[in-house]
Design a protein around this ligand. Structure first.
Ligand code: IPM
Ligand code: MN
Length: 357
């Protein structure tokens, strides 16, 4: 099997958490006598420094060719003043778009071991939180035209456009229905249909699609109500599907249910083999390079890659169980530590996971 993987650490803590993920992948490949072919590529601020652009052509071609990407994070204060089209974050958005990765899966688990640090009361957790956010990733407000900042008659305005075609809604909704069918059969579609036309089309389209999935129970929530329910009543959700900007916001909120953003992995797909795996967290410049970052989101993203792109289910499971075990055994990076608890660094957490695999 072709096992090419493009590794893109990116900026900030990207590099150190990528190092952790590669150690985990190496342990898997050694044990299973596999042969991952790693290729490294530049994207983000580091690419601006090295090549003058955040997404060099070489990186884009490598990604389109190898198809499977493991990505860290992009951005940082150093590049806050570059022009908007050249920002590191735009490079990531462009890569997602060029690879047509329209469905972004963000699983959220609230683990018992971390219950004491969660903002929601323990009784709400029950057997633990386990939900899946499906975020549309290549359309909506992030990409709509026109966009810009312009001045006319002395008045300066900034503008963006939220736009979805029916086909764009349908393909991501279909992905969500299929995933809901494999899980509990419950799907919540989230929009702002009381105000936005894009959302009205979104609601109409998901409702029509429900006819094709009689074993999935679809309901709809407005984004503001969903933001509240997610924190106050998380067990009402199983699979959520929503547009790009709403999904971006809700998934950070869901970080609180998992204990920290440092716990959330993600996987993005299109209609072909191409896939990009990345943690939901960003570059965390304040702690970069200090061995403080939580490597779990990145390691769990690598596990998602093994399962979904290479069919290595048992190996993915082994990594996920090792993460659970390390947490149960009390290993905590600073972002998930209770007050007074001993904390460990990125490498120590990685070692604890490796030992338990
Ligand atoms: C995410 C990030 C990105 C996004 C940024 C870095 C472009 O916040 O993956 O959630 O907004 O999609
Ligand atoms: Mn985000």
């Amino acid at each position: 099997m072709d096992m090419r993987i493009v590794l893109i650490p990116g900026d900030g803590i990207g590099e150190e958490v990528m190092r952790s993920a590669v150690q985990v992948l190496d342990a898997v490949q050694k044990r299973r006598r596999l042969n991952f072919q790693y290729e490294c590529a530049l994207l983000g601020g580091c690419a601006i420094d090295a090549a003058g652009v955040p997404l060099p052509d070489e990186t884009l071609h490598q990604c389109l060719d190898a198809e499977i990407i493991l990505f860290g994070a992009a951005g940082g204060p150093k590049w806050d003043h570059v022009s908007p089209e050249k920002r590191p974050e735009r490079a990531l958005a462009k890569l997602r778009k060029e690879m047509d990765l329209f469905a972004n899966l963000r699983p959220v688990r609230g683990r018992k071991a971390l219950a004491p640090i969660l903002p929601v009361k323990n009784r709400l957790i029950g057997d633990g939180i386990d939900l899946l956010i499906v975020r549309e990733l290549t359309g909506g407000l992030y990409y709509g035209e026109p966009r810009g900042i312009s001045t006319e008659n002395g008045e300066t305005r900034g503008y963006n456009t939220m736009v979805y075609t029916k086909a764009e809604v349908e393909r991501v909704a279909r992905t969500a229905f299929e995933l809901a069918k494999e899980r509990s059969g419950r799907l919540t579609s989230i929009d702002k249909a009381n105000m936005l036309e894009t959302s009205r089309l979104w609601r109409e389209t998901t409702t029509q699609l429900a006819d094709e999935y009689p074993d999935v129970k679809l309901d709809h929530l407005l984004i503001d109500a969903a933001a509240l329910s997610l924190i106050s009543h998380p067990s009402r959700f199983d699979v959520l599907v929503t547009g790009n900007i709403f999904g971006d916001i809700l998934s950070d909120e869901a970080g609180a249910l998992a204990g920290s953003l440092g716990m959330l992995p993600s996987a993005s797909f299109g209609s072909g083999r191409g896939a990009l795996y990345e943690p939901v967290h960003g570059t965390a410049p304040d702690i970069a390079g200090q061995d403080k970052a939580n490597p779990i989101a990145m390691i769990l993203s690598a596990a998602m890659m093994l399962r979904r792109s290479f069919g290595l289910r048992a190996e993915a499971r082994a990594i996920e169980e090792a993460v659970d075990q390390a947490l149960e055994d009390g290993y905590r990076t600073i972002d998930i530590a209770q007050k007074g608890m001993k904390t460990c660094g990125t490498q120590e957490m990685t070692d604890a996971i490796l030992q338990r695999m």
